[in-house]
Design a protein around this ligand. Structure first.
Ligand code: 9WN
Length: 411
């Protein structure tokens, strides 16, 4: 396998998806700037152009709301092909944005970009730091429940149709959203995307929050779905640790961030589903565990959390599929190797899981996962996700975060 050629191909993908100061996840399917995609892109771009990597993150933060929230999509310019677009979200600000957030990995990725060239990055990091703190404060103020991070919409998790939300989604009424035309299924095989009944509910949740003026207090009380997302808690804990590191580096006060970390560690304990023996999401409307072992649970190591039972689950699951980590447990009856976050393997999640495993001294497992992901991309291309049984590519092609993951970790 010629890796030089693949490095070039990865850069080419990031360049083709470059819209000047931000990168779209892939042409057609996702024509705007997505939050955690951009953070991954910055990490990747920093391997060859640190200046452009800073621009990526800074452009994302042009979408930050006055209350600190960084939205999941920034609609810099009108584009065709995506639904729901800016007209549906109807957020009264410029640039137009969506009204929900996404996994807060920006502090983590900004730290990587900074470490690539500290001399050049110092001023950028100083300027970004306050914005990162205010986003994290927003999470702490509006989204922490017993130290766990709550989502109000599956899109916030970044793992849209994961099985974690099945129980809670069943309680969301999607019957009144009227007619609409999906665009995603025009780009990708509908078998690989969420079902119509999921989309109806996604829209019902969007309309609820929009119609109450994005009032987080009202959303916390009455929105149709509120889940403590195990993946978000782990990623936020990791990001707070990285923010703490940056605070020390820049000589800023650290008490507040240290307090968040302590609170989040308590949340991690709350996520433990003792009956099933793994970290799990919780439906905050009913207080019940989701009883789902999805890839979100395996982000524990990335947050600096180890547990022998999590390792045992990991070994069992990785023994069932040649191309893991599957986004759902292959032993679950909800498992589907094609449908998006209900089975397929995602290279970006693999990178985070493996980096966490290595940091927690599970070096061999981390390296095996890196090699497997490497061959998946080398043999099948820079796709959005892959079939964990046969490795076939799925979803969008020429995918930015897959290219970024190749450059930073997989190659
Ligand atoms: C909704 C862009 C995004 C990713 C998410 C992934 C998918 C969007 C969609 O694409 O979500 O945000 O329309 O399906 O689930 O993780 O950020 O790549």
């Amino acid at each position: 396998m010629n890796y030089d050629k693949l490095d070039k191909r990865a850069r080419k993908i990031l360049q083709v998806n470059d819209r000047g100061l931000y990168t779209v996840p892939t042409k057609g399917l996702y024509p705007y700037q997505w939050n955690w995609d951009s953070a991954f892109c910055a990490w990747g771009i920093a391997t060859y152009d640190v200046r452009r990597a800073w621009a990526e993150i800074e452009t994302l933060f042009t979408g930050q709301w006055d209350n600190g929230m960084v939205p999941h999509i920034v609609f810099h310019k009108q584009a065709i092909g995506y639904f729901p677009g800016p007209d549906v979200w109807n957020v009264p600000r410029v640039p137009h944005t969506s009204g929900i957030t996404q996994p807060p990995i920006a502090a983590t990725m900004a730290r990587s970009v900074y470490e690539q060239d500290k001399h050049y990055g110092r001023v950028h990091m100083e300027l970004l730091y306050g914005r990162l703190v205010s986003w994290h404060r927003w999470f702490v103020k509006y989204r922490l429940h017993d130290g766990m991070v709550a989502i109000t919409h599956p899109w916030e998790s970044g793992r849209d149709n994961a099985i974690d939300w099945d129980g809670a989604m069943a309680n969301v009424d999607g019957s009144n959203v009227g007619e609409y035309t999906r665009r995603d299924t025009a780009h990708v095989d509908p078998e690989m995307r969420p079902k119509k009944e999921d989309y109806d509910r996604y829209l019902a949740m969007l309309y609820f929050s929009r119609d109450c003026g994005w009032d987080e207090v009202e959303i916390a009380k009455n929105s149709p779905l509120r889940m403590a997302d195990v993946g978000m808690t782990f990623l936020f804990l990791r990001a707070c640790r990285d923010l703490l590191h940056l605070a020390l580096e820049l000589d800023h006060e650290t008490d507040e961030i240290q307090g968040w970390i302590t609170t989040l560690k308590g949340g991690v304990d709350r996520h433990w589903n003792a009956e099933r023996g793994h970290y799990d999401s919780i439906d905050l409307r009913t207080g019940e565990f989701a009883n789902s072992l999805s890839s979100g649970s395996f982000l524990c190591w990335y947050a600096g959390v180890d547990h022998p039972q999590m390792l045992a689950h990991y070994e069992r699951i990785m023994g069932m599929v040649p191309f893991g980590v599957p986004s759902n447990d292959p032993a679950a009856d909800t498992f589907n190797p094609k449908r998006y976050w209900r089975g397929p393997t995602w290279s970006n999640v693999n990178a985070l899981i493996a980096i966490g495993l290595a940091e927690m001294h599970h070096i061999t497992k981390a390296e095996e996962l890196r090699k497997a992901t490497q061959s998946l991309i080398a043999e099948h291309g820079f796709f959005e996700y892959f079939d964990p049984y046969i490795g076939t590519p799925e979803g969008g092609d020429n995918f930015s975060w897959t290219a970024a993951i190749w450059l930073t970790w997989a190659s």
